[in-house]
Design a protein around this ligand. Structure first.
Ligand SMILES: [Zn+2]
Length: 438
């Protein structure tokens, strides 16, 4: 956009250009401009051959207005490229100022400029003749270097960019898969994965999801100096699965420990995860499948089979110790983990084991113990998962033992205060969601 303005300057009488500079919206030339600008950028008073221009009116947003210009000043922004030097950047920024170049190459307090990380931007304000008025650059630790001209020459300051947190919210309904629904609602992938993680002790996103399930999510987006810099964390979420509503709120206590809690203050983290298959875009479309065992004897099937592509990550569902790891008959490559209180889980048909895994090693809930395969008696890649209580196979789906500590009585007031506005947003999202369905 700045280049557009420059072009106007080059192709119009100077007076007209000056009035355009101040007026928004402005007329800009709708022509390819990069090469043209490069051609007359350095000598703007060289008026080129008249070119037939098509003028369109556009709203243009200035990044920052030039600071109190004593004369006409120009804002330019350049993206750093591999191999750039301070001199080459200045040249592209149309800075034609030996004093400025000397200062930038010698002053100690502008050293961070030399990092010149490709992809970052440098912004400069210059006069029409290329005299540098100010320059800014965000260095690796996120601080903005700001160089300004003063009576004595130049001075440099470094400051942290103004960071902002934007609160985003979205809701949707499941038609086919969680990703299809989050994509349709414009929820970024990183947030969809967090959503699945937060409810991973309550909902198996591969097997439990039903058409008509609904979600609402409130999350952070971060910005530095007014520019979007990434998505943060989920602040609150609701998932209505098969008619049952689960709600979670993020809370950080006074000691910096953080986690997700129900509105009543119970910890969302349970002793066992609902699914040993890591939820991801590649596994989200798969569901419980019947892999017909090859042998009749194998039919006394004491486990749950998860259809998943070869190589999908298999994670241990609770903290424990590896009690077996290796090849074992029809199980193929198998990992058995012993947990406290007589629980044991088994992961079979693996194509490979988790990195560094061995018998006797402690594993933490969610740690990758292997990868989906079809070793042993398996007709196709899938995970065979068993859950034993005191040596007897049980259905893990009936267990929902809380693992993380709840909100303590002394933190209750602070928790309620934090949770209230986040839960109010979920109420609002639920209402709009339901209204849309009517
Ligand atoms: Zn099986």
């Amino acid at each position: 956009m700045l280049l557009n303005k420059y072009k106007i300057l080059a192709q119009n009488p100077a007076s007209e250009a000056r009035s355009l500079w101040r007026r928004w919206p402005v007329a800009v030339a709708a022509l390819p401009f990069f090469g043209v600008v490069a051609a007359f950028g350095i000598a703007p008073d060289t008026v080129p051959e008249p070119v037939e221009l098509q003028h369109i009116v556009e709203n243009i947003e200035l990044p920052v207005a030039p600071t109190a210009p004593s004369q006409e000043t120009f804002w330019r922004e350049e993206r750093i490229q591999r191999g750039d030097t301070v001199a080459s950047i200045l040249s592209r920024l149309k800075v034609d100022d030996g004093e400025a170049l000397n200062y930038l190459l010698q002053a100690k307090d502008v050293r961070s400029l030399y990092q010149l990380i490709p992809g970052r931007t440098v912004r400069a304000v210059t006069t029409e003749a290329g005299r540098l008025e100010s320059l800014s650059y965000v260095n690796t630790d996120g601080r903005r270097l700001h160089v300004t001209r003063n009576e004595a020459g130049f001075s440099a300051t470094e400051e942290l960019p103004q960071t902002e947190q934007w609160i985003m919210q979205s809701s949707g309904e499941i038609e086919t898969s969680l990703f299809a629904a989050t994509d349709a609602s414009g929820v970024p992938e990183a947030i969809a994965l967090q959503l699945a993680e937060i409810f991973s002790s309550d909902i198996d996103f591969q097997r439990d999801l039903r058409r008509g399930d609904r979600f609402s999510v409130v999350y952070e987006a971060l910005a530095a100096d007014g520019e979007f810099s990434g998505f943060g964390r989920v602040l609150s979420a609701e998932f209505v699965n098969q008619g049952h509503a689960y709600r979670a709120v993020f809370f950080r206590d006074d000691k910096g420990r953080s986690g997700y809690y129900t509105p009543e203050g119970r910890n969302m983290r349970k002793t066992f995860l609902r699914s040993p298959i890591e939820f991801s875009r590649i596994t989200s479309g798969f569901s419980l499948s019947r892999f017909h065992p090859i042998l009749n004897a194998w039919r006394a099937h004491k486990g749950i089979d998860y259809g998943a592509p070869r190589g999908a990550r298999v994670r241990v569902t609770a903290d424990g110790v590896v009690s077996f790891m290796g090849r074992k008959g029809g199980y193929g490559n198998v990992v058995v983990v012993r947990h406290p209180n007589g629980y044991e889980t088994l992961y079979a048909h693996l194509s490979a084991f988790g990195q560094g895994l061995r018998k006797g090693r402690r594993v933490a809930q969610g740690e990758v113990v292997g990868f989906v395969g079809s070793t042993g008696l398996a007709t196709g890649p899938h995970l065979h998962y068993e859950f034993h209580v005191n040596g007897v196979h049980q259905n893990p789906m009936r267990l929902a033992m809380p693992a993380g500590p709840p909100i303590t009585a002394q933190l209750r007031a602070l928790f309620d205060q934090t949770a209230e506005p986040l839960l109010a947003r979920l109420d609002m999202l639920r209402d709009t969601n339901l209204a849309r369905l009517d």
